[in-house]
Design a protein around this ligand. Structure first.
Ligand code: AR6
Length: 169
């Protein structure tokens, strides 16, 4: 049974087995959550991302996929990098966003992670509407078959927190 918890705050301050990063396909860093994770986690994370790019992920990580690295100096064992879709308007397909949650949990299961912190993937730079993203996130986690015991959504602002709270009550 997976328990869903909600926290308002900074994902880089969480003590969990795995922190999920809302990355981009380059895996080489960016703004938002990605920038914060690399800043606080230190250079070991980027070093491992560069190794991934030099080996299995020469073309980068595709949208909806997930891959793990060390968590460096974060209070976690792993960072699971996933690439959300960019919002293209009301016809946007939510399947790649759902895939981010599903694939991240699959990687977490492979690692043996029991507690996993997720940000609201795609709701920042990638502009996915928060309410819709919250629905996709919570539905997908509820339906997932996973050995993860706690999925903790870490929401940066009140609006995101409220949107997720609306889905989990
Ligand atoms: N902890 C928790 N949530 C955060 C934090 C934090 N420290 N910082 C921002 N958020 P975004 P995306 C929230 O833009 O939309 C990057 O440049 C933020 O308020 O981080 O998937 C990547 O390299 C928003 O609700 O991710 C990609 O190029 C949510 O996290 C691109 O942005 C996601 O915002 C990915 O865009």
């Amino acid at each position: 049974m997976t328990t869903i918890t909600l926290v308002r705050g900074d994902i880089t301050r969480q003590s969990v087995d795995a922190v999920v990063n809302a990355a981009n396909s380059s895996l080489l860093g960016g703004g938002g959550v990605d920038g914060a994770i690399h800043r606080r986690g230190g250079p070991a994370i980027l070093a491992e991302c560069r190794e991934l790019r030099a080996s299995h992920y020469g073309k980068g990580l595709a949208t909806g996929q997930a891959v793990a690295t060390t968590a460096g100096e974060l209070d976690a064992r792993w960072v699971i990098h996933t690439v959300g879709p960019v919002w293209q308007g009301p016809d946007s397909d939510p399947a790649p966003l759902a895939s981010c949650y599903r694939q991240s949990l699959r990687v977490a299961d492979e690692l043996g992670a029991r507690t996993v912190a997720f940000p609201a993937i795609s709701t920042g730079v990638f502009r996915w509407p928060t309410e819709d993203a919250a629905r996709v996130a919570v539905e997908t986690v509820r339906e997932a078959r996973t050995t993860v015991e706690e999925v903790r959504f870490v929401l940066f602002d009140e609006r995101a927190y409220d949107a997720f709270a609306e889905q989990v009550r």
